[in-house]
Design a protein around this ligand. Structure first.
Ligand SMILES: NC(=O)c1ccc[n+]([C@@H]2O[C@H](COP(=O)([O-])OP(=O)(O)OC[C@H]3O[C@@H](n4cnc5c(N)ncnc54)[C@H](OP(=O)(O)O)[C@@H]3O)[C@@H](O)[C@H]2O)c1
Length: 314
């Protein structure tokens, strides 16, 4: 089968298209014929070697941590899925998604309804679930709350604006001028162009500051938070971890770092919101597998409007 492999860490040029053997699903696994794979910033962070301490030393590697496709084969003891079923699967940091076929744990594979395309489905976990878990589990979002989303036009941000609205919040969205119309169309109540206005200097106070790009800090946004407001940052770092520990020791405003954790119920919730048209998946560009390096380069500009997707087997 065809796959995009890396034989060493490095720039986009280390991504090569190669013929590799088709994976064989083991017990509890399924083989998926991939139609779409999502590009996430973590993919190029892995490609550069930033996460090498957490990964096996084995090369070649196939990156790509979330896919959508159809079940081609069932491994032993898989009874929850059927051959030919349209599915989404999460793969974790070891990846495997940028390929014509991928094997996945049946427990991390979910059937997708016919009204969600493969391009939409492949984006549901990393961007969609991050927005849901970050706002709900960390931010403790409730209807009527004032929420500000920094980085509202990106992969996570476009989901976060819509999920916060779907959960009944009043949403202020922060993005650059060229993306104001897009973010407004997703339902944001108030728009702020970060190149003209620094939201941390405005008098308005929020229950949740959701930093979807991680370019702010708790200390910068502290005055923007209400008395018991929460700053949620999805870009983990040591200073963020220390700040979060510190704010846990005192009553009042909190800083919280966030790491996505796989949860099939949360995934199903995001999927249902998409299927019921409560949220729409914003797809900026679709690249063929052969142009994966270009797609990574584009993602690395950090200028994507919504999601970048790789189309495979089409
Ligand atoms: N912790 C976790 O589990 C987790 C999960 C998912 C993602 N993440 C991390 O979250 C970050 C965002 O992910 P993503 O997929 O949403 O990335 P993305 O799609 O590449 O984000 C691109 C967006 O960021 C906006 N942006 C860039 N600079 C900005 C600034 N200074 N202020 C406000 N917006 C700015 C851009 O808008 P403009 O063009 O308008 O500037 C663009 O729309 C990445 O670092 C990713 O690794 C973490």
């Amino acid at each position: 089968m065809k796959a995009a492999i890396i034989e060493q860490y490095g720039g986009p040029e280390v991504l090569k298209i190669a013929e590799v053997s088709k994976p064989v699903p083991g017990p509890g696994e399924v083989l998926i014929k991939v139609f779409a794979a999502s590009v996430n910033p973590v993919d190029w962070k892995i490609r550069k070697g930033n996460l090498k301490m957490m990964l096996s030393k084995k090369f070649p590697k196939i990156l790509g941590i979330e896919v959508s496709g159809i079940v081609e084969e069932l491994g032993e003891n898989v009874h929850s899925l059927k051959k030919g079923q349209r599915v989404f699967a999460g793969k974790g940091y070891e990846g495997g998604g940028y390929a014509e076929y991928v094997k996945a744990e049946a427990g991390r594979t979910i059937a997708i309804p016919d009204n969600i395309s493969h391009e939409e489905a492949c984006t549901m976990a990393v961007a969609g679930m991050t927005a849901l878990q970050g706002l709900r589990n960390k931010g403790k979002i409730k209807p009527g709350m004032d929420v500000i989303i920094n980085g509202a036009s990106g992969g996570v941000g476009t989901y976060a604006v819509q999920i916060a609205k779907a959960l009944g919040a009043k949403v202020t969205a922060v993005c650059s001028e060229k993306n104001l119309e897009l973010v407004k169309s997703l339902g944001a109540d108030v728009l702020i162009d970060y190149k003209k206005t620094d939201f941390t200097k405005l008098p308005k106070k929020y229950h949740i500051v959701f930093d979807a790009v991680g370019y702010r800090t708790f200390w910068q946004t502290r005055k923007t938070l209400r008395k018991r407001g929460v700053y949620v940052n999805i870009s983990p770092s040591l200073p963020l971890y220390i700040t979060s520990l510190l704010t846990r020791l005192y009553p009042g405003k909190k800083s919280k770092g966030f790491m996505l954790h796989p949860d099939m119920n949360d995934l199903a919730e995001v999927m249902q919101m998409i299927s019921e048209k409560k949220i729409k998946v914003v797809i900026d560009r679709v690249f063929p597998l052969e142009k994966l390096a270009e797609a990574h380069q584009y993602s690395e500009t950090e200028r994507a409007k919504g999601k970048i997707v790789i189309s495979i087997n089409s």
